[in-house]
Design a protein around this ligand. Structure first.
Ligand code: SF4
Ligand code: SF4
Length: 445
């Protein structure tokens, strides 16, 4: 049975909807005892997952049962926060009806980052993923709600061509909307009434881990969970657009070594050997480019959640950005985390150091955008730009030519032979207008 499920999920091009787009067929090709449905809706303001759990719970449950059959897991928890009351009720009702008895609801506390895979595993199962490891090592698969929804579709041979996106911030009408993959951000913002201010920037993703788009002519991809429009000078934007090299230099001079970043680091609180304040200290003690510096290697354990940067640090500097920079240097040099050989031990104060989402939003100055928008139908784009690389692994090999007619769901990108990757499908009916820089542009006819 596993072989058939994996093949169908692979054919449908399903990738992790909540992260960097790891191909789901690879993730499912394994034995575990527990599956966690990540419905934490961890990033503030993003609301697609609660909507899916409320309105598409039967499809989500069908996908989840498929994953349980595939992995042999005996138990599964649908994890979401109590504050999403409507979704909680829908899930509970569906779980009560599910005859196989393998699925339960798990109510998460409202803190950030409750949806971090490793934090979620600890919260629900009490197990701690080894440093630099993945949940599979403790017998768990974690999958995002929308990925599971897409697995159910895949079992009916429906490929991944659409994405639920939250649009919020300084726009005419905030909303959750289902859009074809490849939709151009500017078209989508226009559908939402357009930006209400002139000097703005758009974040692709959430305020904590999302990236500022360099222009709004870019497409929504399989991993775009939200578009947040904020004033150009908003503090969330300012930190994201700062030159990382400058951040590294400033950090080395103004860090006061208060250790708040380490005390609140979610990975440190899981018992991992990451100490962001020591990484910062290494910048002003010795050679700033010494990538073999012991403390600096700990950057490999950073999940880039941003708690240190946006909540903990009183000096307004960013251990996160410094870690990303150091991580890139280390990984570029072929360095990987070697591990201490010791089992991580839960930090004794972990339960008292949760970062409440409400306080985080106040700190970020985004509370006024927390409007819980509703699902809006009716968006139909005239043109889509579909990147052949929207996932972890190798870019897909293009199967179409300029001028080809395509129908929604047609395969337009294939996984290269013997490579990790994901298939890509046409998301609208139309004609291939161009193929440039790994992007297939399709215009509706
Ligand atoms: S971003 Fe900061 S708080 Fe988050 S894991 Fe990395 S060092 Fe820790
Ligand atoms: S919280 Fe900021 S100032 Fe304090 S040790 Fe960490 S980086 Fe330095």
């Amino acid at each position: 049975m596993r072989e058939q499920i994996v093949e169908k999920v692979k054919n449908a091009g399903v990738v992790g909807a909540g992260g960097a787009g790891f191909p789901t067929h690879v993730k499912l090709n394994t034995d575990v005892d527990t599956v966690l449905v990540n419905g934490a809706s961890c990033e503030p303001l993003l609301m697609s997952d609660p909507h899916l759990m409320d309105q598409e719970i039967d499809t989500v449950l069908a996908g989840l049962n498929t994953i349980l059959d595939c992995t042999g897991a005996k138990k599964s928890y649908i994890c979401l926060k109590g504050k999403h009351g409507k979704a909680m009720k829908s899930v509970q009702k569906a779980v009560d009806k599910d005859s196989k008895g393998r699925i339960a609801l798990f109510e998460l506390k409202d803190f950030y980052p409750s949806g971090d895979e490793q934090v979620l595993v600890k919260e629900v199962t009490g197990r701690i993923v080894p440093e630099g490891g993945i949940p599979l090592q403790v017998g768990v698969v974690v999958s995002n709600v929308e990925s599971i929804f897409n697995v159910a579709k895949a079992m009916n041979d429906i490929p991944l061509t659409q994405r639920y996106v939250t649009i919020t911030g300084e726009v005419g009408q905030d909303m959750v909307v289902k859009v074809p993959v490849g939709t151009i951000v500017s078209d989508l913002l226009e559908f939402a009434g357009g930006p209400t201010i002139t000097d703005y920037r758009v974040i692709d993703g959430g305020p904590m881990m999302g990236k500022v788009l360099t222009d709004i002519d870019q497409p929504v991809t399989k991993v775009t969970s939200g578009l947040i429009v904020l004033p150009k000078d908003h503090n969330v934007i300012s930190q994201k657009v700062m030159d990382p090299v400058k951040i590294k230099r400033i950090t080395g001079t103004i860090c006061c070594q208060c250790t708040h970043c380490t005390e609140l680091c979610p990975r440190k609180l899981l018992g991992h050997s990451i100490n962001p304040h020591k990484i910062m200290r290494s910048l002003f003690t010795g050679d700033t480019d010494d990538i073999d510096h012991k403390a600096r290697k700990e950057a490999l354990l950073c999940c880039e959640c941003g708690v240190c940067e946006k909540f903990a640090c009183p000096m307004g500097i960013s251990p996160r950005e410094v870690n990303v920079l150091i991580k890139n240097e280390l990984m570029g040099d072929g360095k990987r985390w070697q591990g201490t050989g010791e089992e991580p031990k839960n930090h004794p104060f972990r339960n008292t150091r949760y970062v409440p989402t409400k306080r985080l939003m106040q700190r970020l100055n985004i509370t006024k955008y927390d409007t819980h928008p509703t699902l809006v139908e009716g968006f139909v784009p005239d043109v889509v730009k579909i990147p052949l690389n929207q996932h972890i692994g190798a870019p897909a090999v293009c199967l179409v030519n300029q001028g080809d007619n395509v129908t929604k769901g047609d395969l337009i990108g294939e996984i290269p032979e013997n490579a990790l990757g994901a298939r890509i499908h046409a998301s609208i009916d139309g004609i291939v207008e161009s193929i440039e820089a790994g992007v297939v542009k399709i215009r509706k006819i």
